[in-house]
Design a protein around this ligand. Structure first.
Ligand SMILES: O=P(O)(O)OC[C@H]1O[C@](O)(COP(=O)(O)O)[C@@H](O)[C@@H]1O
Length: 408
């Protein structure tokens, strides 16, 4: 049975395609039921069963050919379920809920009713909350609710922390994982249907904090250094919806098949080119930049850097989109002012950058080495090809300290 992805009133998510798995009777039974978004997150056992089946059985059917080359058509779950994938069943279950949440957000963003509502809204300039964060748009809050419901439903997240919530939320004393996330990055562009994304970082629960009061242990768990990440994910909602996943053994891209709701492997072991020819930065801020950054950009624009080719600029102003292009084509995606967040933006994306051969820096330190001191901590962020980032860092003075509070 197939359900539509773009119902105007209520966006539905198709159930994952399971024809490849041997537990067919179970699957046929599951398939006979329509999976509405409500059911997706209320019937928690449903996804857990699916993910467990994937984890237990996939290597009997597909797996790798033994030389690292993947064979067969993999979905995210079947890919993670391979014997040699390095993921445990609980992580697979958690990630199955993450992918379901992203599919639901993708369908909401693309639904005519959402686009119509956005068209009817008056243009608004971003205002800030009391904590200094941009005021959330309605879709930020909807995406946040979808992801929180999915993570709670997974039963695998002990504590979660979102860009849209002031504090972490403790969910479960015994669940193995900690999830930090930005539910909808780039949402300042959302009314114009410009690409947006979701970002997730997954850590293990710190068992040594188990005896502490809830608020204290919640904070310690979500403020782990990026190098402790066990997995990172970003979802890009664009002409295609793609999910890039790393569980610490490379980064892999899956594309949403809108006909059935599967995320299908489209690019395994992503390798960022060691050097690119594109820089991505808001260069209307050029005159607020320090000398080192201005010199670097002046040089690469003119082909006077280590790479004799003249660089081009691309800036979508949507971090996930700018980063995804950088991973694929090489070059740099950066925001030199202390604007992006360490915990749920810089860390997961730096983890994926490193897993694909690139680098992540704040201009002075490797991102994954930085000890977070607060959940919504901001910092300058430079992500990209290993050689391009090294060259940029050699200009020394690249962090923008002048921050006049831009209107747009
Ligand atoms: O205004 P700037 O400095 O160009 O920053 C743009 C960046 O801010 C972001 O919109 C994130 O900010 P928000 O999380 O507040 O939306 C990124 O997607 C984008 O890369």
């Amino acid at each position: 049975m197939q359900t539509t992805l773009y119902s105007p009133r209520l966006a539905c998510i198709s159930i994952p395609s399971l024809s490849a798995y041997p537990h067919k009777a179970l699957i046929d039974h599951s398939r006979s039921k329509h999976l509405s978004p409500r059911r997706l997150f209320t019937d928690c056992n449903y996804l857990q069963v699916i993910a467990k089946v994937a984890a237990e059985s996939h290597s009997q059917i597909m797996g790798s050919s033994g030389d690292g080359v993947l064979t067969g058509d993999h979905t995210l779950l079947s890919f993670l379920g391979r014997k040699d994938s390095g993921s445990d069943d609980e992580l697979i279950i958690l990630l199955s809920h993450v992918q379901a949440a992203c599919a639901k957000i993708a369908s909401l963003l693309a639904s005519p009713s959402t686009v119509k509502a956005a068209c009817e809204m008056k243009p608004s300039s971003p205002s800030v909350t009391t904590s200094g964060r941009d005021a959330p748009k309605p879709l930020d809050l909807v995406a946040n609710d979808i992801i929180k419901a999915a993570l709670k439903c997974s039963g695998k997240a002990a504590v979660i922390a979102s860009e849209e919530d002031e504090m972490p939320i403790w969910l479960n004393d015994t669940a193995p994982y900690v999830v930090v996330f930005d539910p909808l990055d780039g949402s300042r562009n959302i009314d114009a249907s410009i690409p947006t994304g979701s970002i997730f970082g997954i850590y293990r629960r710190l068992e040594e904090t188990d005896g502490l009061p809830e608020a204290e242990k919640a904070e310690l768990n979500v403020l782990q250094r990026g190098e402790k990440l066990v997995a990172a994910v970003y979802s890009l909602y664009s002409s295609a919806t793609v999910l890039c996943v790393s569980i610490g053994s490379g980064a892999h891209v899956f594309t949403l098949d809108r006909s059935n709701g599967d995320f299908v492997l489209t690019n395994s072991n992503l390798m960022m080119p060691t050097r690119g020819q594109i820089y991505s930065v808001n260069d209307a801020r050029y005159f607020d930049w320090p000398e080192g950054l201005r010199n670097y950009i002046d040089d690469v624009r003119q082909g006077k850097g280590q790479n004799p080719k003249k660089y081009s600029a691309r800036y979508i102003c949507s971090l996930v989109a700018d980063f995804h292009r950088t991973v694929l084509y090489g070059g740099l995606a950066m925001n030199p002012r202390a604007h992006l967040r360490l915990v749920y933006e810089a860390n997961p994306l730096s983890f994926i950058a490193e897993q694909s051969g690139g680098k992540g820096s704040d201009g002075k330190r490797r991102i994954l080495d930085i000890q977070p001191i607060e959940l919504h901590q901001r910092l300058p962020l430079f992500l990209g090809s290993a050689d391009d980032i090294s060259e940029l860092l050699s200009y020394k003075n690249i962090q923008q300290l002048v921050n006049p509070g831009y209107e747009v």
